[in-house]
Design a binder for this molecule. Structure first.
Ligand SMILES: Nc1ncnc2c1ncn2[C@@H]1O[C@H](COP(=O)(O)OP(=O)(O)OP(=O)(O)O)[C@@H](O)[C@H]1O
Ligand SMILES: [Mg+2]
Length: 283
């Protein structure tokens, strides 16, 4: 990278405003939720899409994964609940430590894993059902409610945790499709939270949303993490990473190049590729 370009980095990064408590939050991170060690992914035997990613995520932490298109962010995220294994010929190598197991190499119950490590996608994907049923069906499927009253209570708790309750409490029998995109996305978050996960994976959850809905999802992500869940969010939006996350990891060409407290990553990046990305030279 040209020296002139590098000297512009500080000025460019100064425009990225950090979340209110960014400086203090990382010192208060909870216990380890999930930890990867040298994780790699092959979609076929010839080319490796991801290599040697070692990252630790804590309870109470919002972790942002950033980097240019095609660098492996979604691939990595999909390793954390083994979604990649649904893709034919896809192979994961390395280790992922979660609740005392290595989920890559040990025999684990996939149904339980996906319950504890929830995932929210780019496009909101509610079921063609009522708002209530969208959440209740997930709870019933896992046999978590002991009575109708318990089910009602769990649905309300999940909708509150997804910061949607106040907007829908009088319309629970309305179709989920009648909600706005941002509300649908929070409904999908509620559906996931209803299963009491301890890790929530979000792959560009705001890419289809307007700025107001985006801020609502960011506030929701923050409040979910504050309740003790580990939230891992892929984003192309560096302002978003700066606003919402405690830690940021930068991916480039299938590798995790740099990780650290979000404030440090944006104010004092080390790697030239990260400097270039933050200053908008590519991506
Ligand atoms: N299902 C798949 N089969 C084969 N190759 C894939 C598959 N999914 C991703 N890849 C390849 O793996 C690499 C990483 O892709 P990935 O989708 O993880 O990137 P990304 O960082 O999430 O990109 P974007 O920001 O565009 O979403 C790319 O080269 C991509 O072509
Ligand atoms: Mg992606």
């Amino acid at each position: 990278m040209a020296t002139d370009s590098l000297s512009n980095v500080a000025a460019s990064t100064a425009n990225i405003s950090l979340g209110e408590h960014a400086a203090t939050r990382t010192s208060a991170l909870g216990e380890v939720a999930i930890k990867t060690e040298d994780v790699g992914v092959f979609y076929n035997e010839k080319s490796q899409a991801l290599r040697n990613v070692s990252l630790t995520f804590h309870r109470g932490e919002v972790a942002a994964l950033i980097g240019p298109s095609g660098c492996g962010k979604s691939t990595f995220l999909r390793c954390l609940n083994l979604m990649n294994l649904e893709i034919p010929h896809c192979r994961i190598v390395g280790s992922i430590h979660y609740h005392g197991s290595d989920i890559v190499n040990d025999k684990i119950n996939m149904f339980d894993l996906r319950k504890s490590i929830g995932m929210v996608f780019q496009q909101p994907n509610p079921f063609r059902k009522s708002i209530y049923d969208n959440v209740a069906l997930a709870i019933s499927r896992h046999g978590m409610a002991s009575s109708k009253a318990d089910l009602d209570e769990r649905v309300e708790r999940a909708l509150r945790a997804a910061v949607l309750w106040d907007e829908v409490k009088d319309d629970l029998n309305k179709s989920a499709y009648a909600l706005s995109g941002g509300q649908q996305q929070r409904l999908c978050i509620a559906r996931t939270l209803a299963l009491d996960p301890d890790v929530l994976l979000m792959d560009e959850p705001c890419s289809a949303l307007d700025p107001i809905a985006t801020r609502a999802i960011e506030d929701t992500a923050r409040s979910i993490a504050d309740s003790g869940i580990s939230v891992i969010i892929v984003t192309h939006n560096m302002q978003q990473a700066a606003r919402v996350s405690d830690t940021t990891s930068f991916f480039y060409l299938g590798e995790m190049v740099e990780t650290g407290p979000t404030e440090r990553i944006f104010s004092n990046p080390s790697d030239d590729r990260l400097k270039g990305y933050i200053s908008g030279q590519f991506g």
